[in-house]
Design a protein around this ligand. Sequence first.
Ligand code: TNX
Length: 527
Amino acid sequence: MIDFVNFNQTARNMNKIVVPLLMAVMLLLISCRKDESTDLSVNSIIPGPLKVVPYGGAFVINSHTRIIPGEGGQELTRLAGQLASLIGSVSGIDAEIKANPGLLKRNMICFSLTEEVQHDEGYVMEIDKRQLSLEASTTEGLFRGIQTLAQLLTLEGSDVQIRREEKILLPTGIIEDRPEYPYRGTMLDVSRHFFPVDVVKQHIDHISLYKINHLHLHLSDDQGWRIEIKSWPRLTQIGGSTEVGGGEGGYYTQDEYAELVAYAAEKYITIVPEIDMPGHTNAALASYAELNCNDRVTELYTGTRVGFSTLCTEKEITYQFIEDVVGEICSLTPGPYFHIGGDESHVTPQDEYVDFINRVKKIVRGHGKQVMGWDEISHASLEHGDIAQYWASEDNAKRALDKGAKILLSPAKHCYLDMKYDSSTHLGLNWAAFIEVDDAYQWKPESLVEGLDRSHILGVESPLWAETIESLEDIEYLAFPRLIGHAEIGWCNGDSLHWNDYRRRLFNHGKLLDHLGINYYRSALVW
Ligand code: TNX
């Protein structure tokens, strides 16, 4: 006979177990759903894409996934290879590259070149349950899209989070993207301290992930001449032999420079070479007596003062020298720009400075390049196609604008990566400001200079001067994470940017930076 009393009791006891168990199962299911990365709308992509439409499902990448480079030649296959190794590095999955889909209907990542995507750097990525398709009108656009995908794989892909797992789940949806400004750059001063080729290459790898497309190399200054010039060999033999603090310095041979240019090009980054003149030239003046007005070489300099040196602007040999230097470097540089410096020439008489810049500009144009210079070059005659790099003086920027030049924005108070984060930062300087991660992020390109609007702005560049830094770790510490914010400011429309949302996304990028072994500054504002 059934004992109802006991049965009820048992049922009550069961409820005590079953109900919480059911709730636990439901909670697990909910958290699994979250884990299945089905919501593309709360992604952490930086720079934030122009448009994201979530579908609410998941696409699975596993060992059966195939990458189909599509029609368009070798470069697409190379990009497919890059993506395959990326997937391998975050998950251990070996995704095979297949020339065409054959009978495959699902589980594919397909690239294609199409006129329908309008901007050269733009791309459209559609992720649905069956496949991921990446479209662009150029291979450059595909490359930018792959950087977005790299971030999705490491940040949104559940089951992975940079662990060795057998599948990656990506949230489905469409991403449509293109940059606001054509130039997003950073500058590395290899003169105050020299950084060898392999260090620069690693830096290139890291900046390309954030869609930075120009690397400006500050190749000469008072403390060091860093690029071989075959017709003036003492520039590197003498001028390249030291650095700030008296270390042994160094320089790039022309082959090494060409290697850097080619390496950067593989990451769709254009190298912008700078030979700073007529000031910041002590290394050259110490190498060749004839470049000095008194025909005597100067001493090599290993301190950090600025503004004390000048080429002799009255001598013809100076212009022959510049013709040779510009000619040799331009022949190794496929990019459109040559940077002539022009800053802080405090000991060059002003009228001589103006004549000098005008003459040097002609030389550079004669080699088929557009002239770039620090904002002081606005005192010379500028024309359409010239670029003034605004760093300190709003007046200079306005003058350059009035003369028809475009402006590259490097406001020292926000963009100078050599500024300390706060008073406790062990590297860097602080003459412009302490720049915390929020100060680096919270500014708008159009609001810096009166009369400046979007059409006058070439883009944004963050200079990293190297008086106080000596290694890749030092570069990384000052550049990351501030440079990531600058990359977003250059890529996105300012109206869509908000610190709190950026901070949330940047927090998640800590995982990616850790995975890459980047020695970034863990700002208390973010982490
Ligand atoms: C100013 S910015 C300089 C550099 C220094 C830098 C240090 C500019 C065009 N000139 O020569 O390295 O400050 O922050």
